[in-house]
Write a protein that binds this ligand. Structure first.
Ligand SMILES: C[S@@+](CC[C@H](N)C(=O)[O-])C[C@H]1O[C@@H](n2cnc3c(N)ncnc32)[C@H](O)[C@@H]1O
Length: 324
């Protein structure tokens, strides 16, 4: 009873209800909330502190930024918070304006990332090589993917199509998707140059993949999630496309403190913990293998490979066995 009263108090105030409604749509930083709510940072921080103390929101410091999100750790509290959000009037002008500003903030963020990729597309393979010990990562990815063959592979956020090339000899068909036309132009040229007629790239948003449910037996998401607003949602959408026995290889950085990657390379998240990735996988109905950690190339960036699997027998393997 005391607990419920504390939770209700934590958002029993107009600004805190607005914060609740915003965080119900995904995690936000303090400065994004300040922008949307039009209130001073100390004021917004005070509200957030109260909500965090009551366990309604989680505070996730990461480098110079602090992310806030609605709790996932305490289901009863989350249910009360969700019920409060569901009860908010859709025609309230303040709430509607907040949601409009939220869309503006998200669009500005997406624009910043898109213009980064537009600008670096021609140079991406060089930048990629600077950040990663490529050969080591690629060997580890092939090991994590297993022997194949893969009836259908999807590469999410394919960029210049490098990961498709990596698996082209194991995939009967592979499609890479990306939002950046500049990246896709280079990816398309790379696949043509390599003579990979069974591989292609197409324009799509990874939050709404242009594929039916359960079609892919290998999905790769290589160095993409740290640019995103909602990496968990991206994993869930990717999992939707997975066939029984299929797997997703998530390749990204372990938690790090290289703040300059935000300023100079449009990163939003400074790496991910195993627990965070395991939670996304669990929500998407997948199980996670033990993660593989690849030692830093030079500047302390550890690359991780997380393999998430959907139970069942893989289609490519089944077909191979049927042919034998
Ligand atoms: C760092 S690049 C990685 C490219 C490639 N996977 C590689 O490792 O070389 C990230 C890619 O994700 C793409 N991307 C970012 N947000 C996206 C979205 N919402 N939908 C599809 N692609 C997206 C970018 O356009 C960019 O090409």
């Amino acid at each position: 009873m005391d607990r419920i009263v504390a939770v209700l108090r934590a958002f029993g105030e107009a600004t805190r209800l607005r914060i609740l409604a915003l965080l119900a749509r995904g995690e936000l930083t303090v400065s994004e909330l300040v922008q949307i709510l039009g209130q001073s940072q100390p004021r917004v921080s005070r509200h957030l502190k109260l909500m965090a103390e009551a366990g309604v929101v989680e505070r996730l410091p990461e480098g110079a930024w602090v992310f806030y999100r609605l709790t996932d750790d305490d289901p009863p509290t989350r249910r009360i918070a969700d019920a409060a959000v569901a009860g908010l009037p859709g025609d309230d002008m303040t709430l509607r304006r907040d949601l409009e500003r939220l869309e503006t903030v998200k669009a500005a963020r997406a624009d910043a990332a898109a213009s980064y990729f537009r600008a670096v597309a021609l140079d991406w393979d060089r930048i990629r090589a600077l950040q990663l010990a490529e050969a080591q990562v690629e060997d580890a990815m092939r090991a994590a993917a297993g022997d194949g063959p893969f009836a259908f592979m999807i590469d999410v956020g394919t960029g210049t199509g490098r990961v498709i090339e990596l698996f082209a000899d194991q995939a009967e068909r592979a499609v890479g998707i990306d939002l950046s036309h500049e990246m896709l132009t280079i990816g398309r040229a790379n696949l043509a140059k390599a003579g990979l007629a069974h591989c292609s790239v197409r324009h799509a948003d990874l939050y709404a993949l242009p594929f039916d449910d359960g079609v892919a037996d290998l999905v790769t998401i290589h160095q993409v999630l740290h640019y995103l607003d909602d990496p968990g949602l991206a994993v869930a959408e990717t999992a939707r496309t997975l066939a029984p026995g299929g797997r997703i290889l998530i390749v990204d950085f372990a938690p790090h403190g290289h703040e300059f990657l935000r300023d100079e390379h449009a990163h939003r998240r400074l790496g991910f913990s195993d627990d965070e990735v395991r939670d996304w996988a669990a929500v998407a109905g997948l199980t996670l293998d033990d993660p593989v950690a690849l030692e830093p190339k030079k500047d302390g960036l550890t690359v991780k490979i997380w393999t998430a699997r959907l139970a069942g027998e893989a289609a490519g393997r089944r077909r191979l066995e049927a042919r034998a």
